[in-house]
Ligand binder design. Structure first.
Ligand code: ZN
Length: 345
């Protein structure tokens, strides 16, 4: 599992530019699917045939990142964010830019030696940041195949922490993708399963919307990551999601403007966890949502639930997850797929 997570997390797939990640996922599923296709917008759909009940298993493969907005005469590159970043974590990060090939760059900043006192106290906005690829001029940057619109992603390799915990970038949602891949491979399905690695979740649940319309499933589970609130200074958050306590089952997200999970779906996933001795946590969140929200509102409505892997420092290059939660999430999704017929006829 750790090897699969490493492979997926270390690769790059900013929303709208998911190609590299899509190829990796495809290779992982080839021997386990009856059919694999890529739809018009770039969603990867792997189907394992079963009976007439269709279950959609969705996990978004995109990650938040940037695109090149402007290149100045000296070869410094300005970037626009794709997805929800907190600007303070971006200064001094290493990035990759997909020009003619993969080029490295750094988000530079003024050294403290030449900063005024007021400047040191101020947060730097993304609009004021720049990427340095080492080039001397605009012409040189253009020759690398880097131009307005080139995708830029954070570059950070997965590393092990203690207690079976790991850190890396884009765990939202490559860890969810890894969980969905493993559950798809291992499950003994009776229903027909469509695993969809969706595009552009981070910028409006777009791939989930179009793929659910195409597939018209009877029921769906989205696998994603969610905010683990067990960090210092969490007193004002008033949520109890922690690492190592099991996958998270969503009840409500985005204060109900996202998803309010139907009681029947909740019963299905919760009872599955309880019957199989899988620990779980329940989430009512005011911010954030998932693919399940878009799927839920497709056509005449599709019952949808969410299983999440709790992650600390989400939407940063140093997200942290507990591998125990990952294993339990695989178990929960796999068993839910296997017993869906007991709850939905
Ligand atoms: Zn996500």
């Amino acid at each position: 599992m750790i090897e699969l997570i490493k492979k997926l997390s270390n690769s790059h797939g900013v929303s709208g530019f998911e190609g590299e990640v899509r190829e990796l996922i495809k290779a992982e599923l080839e021997d386990f699917a009856d059919e694999i296709k890529v739809d018009k917008l770039g969603n990867l759909i792997a189907t394992r045939n079963g009976d007439e009940l269709d279950l959609m298993l969705s996990a978004h493969m995109d990650e938040i990142g940037f695109v090149v907005k402007k290149i100045d005469e000296k070869g410094f590159i300005r970037i626009a964010p794709i997805g929800g970043w907190f600007s303070q974590i971006l200064v001094a990060q290493r990035v990759v830019l997909y020009g003619k090939k993969k080029f490295y760059g750094v988000i530079g900043c003024k050294p403290p030696h030449v900063m005024k006192d007021e400047e040191r106290k101020k947060a730097i906005e993304i609009g004021d940041m720049f990427v340095d690829v080492g080039a001397r001029s605009k012409e040189e940057v253009l020759k690398l195949g880097i131009d307005v619109g080139t995708p830029v992603a954070i570059d950070r390799e997965v590393e092990l922490l203690v207690n079976n915990r790991i850190t890396g970038k884009a765990f939202d949602n490559r860890v969810g993708v890894a969980v969905a891949i493993e559950s798809f491979r291992k499950c003994n399905n009776s229903a027909t399963i469509h695993f969809v690695a969706t595009i552009q979740e981070e910028v409006g649940l777009k791939g989930a919307k179009t793929s659910a319309f195409l597939l018209e499933p009877d029921i769906a589970i989205a696998v994603d990551s969610c905010v683990s609130t067990d960090f210092p200074g969490n007193e004002s958050v008033h949520m109890d999601i922690a690492l190592g306590k099991g996958p998270v089952i969503t009840i409500v997200d985005a204060s109900g403007r996202g998803l309010i999970v139907s009681q029947k779906v909740l019963e299905w996933i919760k009872k599955t966890a309880e019957r199989n001795g899988i620990p779980y946590q329940l989430e009512v969140a005011e911010g954030g949502t998932t693919d399940a929200t878009a799927i839920n509102l497709t056509k005449e409505g599709i019952p949808a639930g969410v299983v999440s892997i709790p992650a600390r420092y989400i939407h940063s290059p140093v997200e942290v997850v507990d591998l125990k939660d990952v294993e339990w999430a695989v178990e929960l999704v796999k068993k839910s797929i296997e017993n869906v017929r007991d709850y939905f006829r």
